[in-house]
Write a protein that binds this ligand. Structure first.
Ligand SMILES: *[C@@H]1O[C@H](CO)[C@@H](O)[C@H](O)[C@H]1NC(C)=O
Length: 185
């Protein structure tokens, strides 16, 4: 009986887990990555991350597996405080206060989904440049082996949303993945 109780406990702990967004800057210039939360387009500043990545640097941020409306993108040409960015700008400074809802650039998106009999609880994810510019060539890979790639020079519809009904760009993975968001892959 003790073994059964222990397994149940481990099961509970696993359900309150996180996925990880790992930013990698392979560009020859500085990128200021940002993460925000805006379910149904409504900014929720309870999830916000921002940092500075010089060429070759990387940084990670953990997000609750049950969250929806998570968005991550890269900013360029910011000032020394991480504000006044030329692309991908948001309200706030190094850490955005508006989830970058008007950033106007390619982003990665993540959200909890229960696929029921078709796979249970998963993270749905994608790249999207709907009504937005491709300010930085971007690759998004999940630790289960899936990967999408969007370059300004070539960004097929099955790699990134270019209209809001482009479902060919949709991907999903088991909870708890590490997603690697690479700038200039
Ligand atoms: C960067 O821009 C912000 C917003 O205009 C300003 O408040 C801040 O002082 C600037 N930082 C530097 C180091 O110039």
């Amino acid at each position: 009986m003790k073994t059964v109780a222990l397994l149940a406990l481990v099961g509970c702990a696993a359900s309150a887990s996180a996925f990880t967004i790992n930013f990698v800057n392979k560009c020859g210039f500085t990128v200021w990555p940002a993460v925000g939360k805006a379910p149904y387009g409504q900014p929720d500043p309870s999830v916000a991350f921002g940092t500075t990545l010089n060429p070759g640097q990387s940084a990670s941020f953990g997000v609750d597996d049950q969250a929806i409306g998570i968005r991550a993108w890269g900013r360029t040409g910011c000032n020394a405080s991480g504000a006044n960015c030329q692309t991908g700008a948001c309200n706030g400074g190094l850490v955005c206060t508006d989830a970058g809802i008007t950033s106007g650039v390619i982003l990665s998106e993540y959200g909890y989904g229960d696929f029921g009999q078709y796979g249970g609880q998963r993270t749905a994810w994608d790249l999207s440049h709907v009504d937005a510019s491709i300010n930085i060539d971007t690759q998004l890979s999940s630790s289960d082996g899936q990967s999408v790639l969007c370059r300004a020079s070539n960004c097929p519809a099955d790699q990134a949303y270019d209209s809001s009904t482009d479902y060919a760009a949709d991907r999903n993975s088991p909870l708890g993945q590490t997603f690697t968001h690479t700038f200039c892959p």
